[in-house]
Design a protein around this ligand. Structure first.
Ligand code: UT7
Length: 324
């Protein structure tokens, strides 16, 4: 069964936090942040939960699709920052939008969550189990950020993006590749809740994002370049046939390295991280929605969405744009 991307939506919090604002919190400068990452500002949730941002992004994707909401039978939300352990973000989106027919689950794969979610939705729809899916990437990373750690707090932002998929004749989702390496997971962590019960207790840890920035940087360049190569393998397509690469928006310099290594003009990598920072699983669908609304996506274009993240995880989706 062919599966196509019908529409996109996104939502970012209103509150803009500039590099200068952060320079009032920690020992940093606008110049350091811009030259090392490309980020100028980010949006931070001040009262919005992950589910609120996810619901607004999903609503916009649904409205712009023209699809009858009662047809939505699957919602997958990629997030590593849910509002609570249960109900999940996807179930809350279902409730907020009244999509009572949908089966809902969250997918937890760090910043690669949206890439994995597209692959998962495609497989489930190809099998015939579902016909119309909302795939959302949504994060409020600001709650996992240590606002006293200048090495991490300048990087992250909050937001959500979504796509609506339908089964049909046109084949929009073409191919996916994915990978994981748990053995190297300690280079990028965010703590959780350790076992505590009447029979066992352990020292409480913190929940903040911690990372070995330069190790993550090297991994990211290799993982994204390899994923792009592998997703094109055997398709008869080369990177020249791909109109846009939509990478996980972590750091401009990571994207520069990938472009250089692969000999792909930098202009074919879409970036908006200067305005949003790294929004983890939300970064790719926010970028797709911006590109769509800006009229950059035309019928027949090939796109590659490509990401990396905690776990470690990585992957790519090859997409043919069937609308516009
Ligand atoms: O979704 C996945 C999330 N993670 C990533 O994408 C992270 C990938 N890694 C990176 O983006 C980069 O490694 C960073 C942007 C995090 C860091 O850039 P870098 O060029 O690797 O810097 P560094 O860690 O080697 O630090 C260089 C210097 C250090 O000072 P000394 O030891 O040379 O005196 C840091 O303490 O820069 C210092 N530094 C800062 N200075 C001003 C670190 N953070 C800051 C800061 N402002 N915010």
């Amino acid at each position: 069964m062919a599966v196509e991307v019908v529409s996109t939506g996104s939502c970012v919090p209103e509150r803009v936090v500039t590099n200068e604002d952060l320079a009032c919190l920690v020992d940093t400068t606008d110049e350091w942040i811009r030259t090392r990452t490309g980020i100028r500002e980010r949006r931070l949730a001040c009262g919005d939960g992950t589910s609120d941002l996810a619901s607004a992004a999903a609503q916009r994707a649904l409205e712009s699709s023209g699809v009858d909401p009662s047809l939505v039978d699957l919602i997958i939300a990629a997030t590593l920052t849910p509002d609570c352990f249960t109900p999940t973000v996807s179930c809350t989106v279902q409730k907020n939008l009244g999509l009572t027919r949908a089966t809902c689950f969250d997918l937890w794969a760090g910043c690669t969550g949206f890439v994995f979610s597209l692959m998962t939705a495609h497989s489930l729809m190809e099998s015939g189990a579902f016909k119309c899916a909302l795939v959302v990437g949504a994060e409020t990373l600001s709650k996992l950020t240590d606002w006293t750690d200048r090495a991490t707090c300048v990087l992250f932002g909050d937001g959500a993006g979504a796509v609506l998929l339908i089964s049909g004749r046109d084949s929009g989702l073409v191919r996916h590749v994915s990978g994981s390496d748990g053995a190297r997971g300690r280079v990028l962590t965010a703590g959780g809740i350790s076992a505590r019960n009447p029979f066992h207790s352990s020292a409480p840890g913190d929940h903040y994002i911690r990372m070995d920035g330069s190790e993550v940087f090297k991994f990211a360049v290799r993982a994204m370049a390899d994923s792009i190569t592998q997703v094109l393998d055997g398709t008869g397509l080369s990177t020249d046939d791909v109109s846009y690469f939509v990478p996980h928006q972590a750091n401009d310099r990571i994207i520069d390295f990938v472009a250089n290594r692969m000999g792909i003009p930098r202009g074919r990598f879409y970036t908006n991280l200067e305005r949003y920072g790294n929004t983890s699983a939300a970064s790719i669908p926010i970028a797709l929605d911006e590109m769509n609304r800006a009229g950059l996506l035309r019928k027949g274009m090939k796109l590659i969405t490509v990401g990396f993240g905690g776990g470690l995880t990585w992957g790519a989706n090859l997409i043919t744009w069937t609308r516009g």
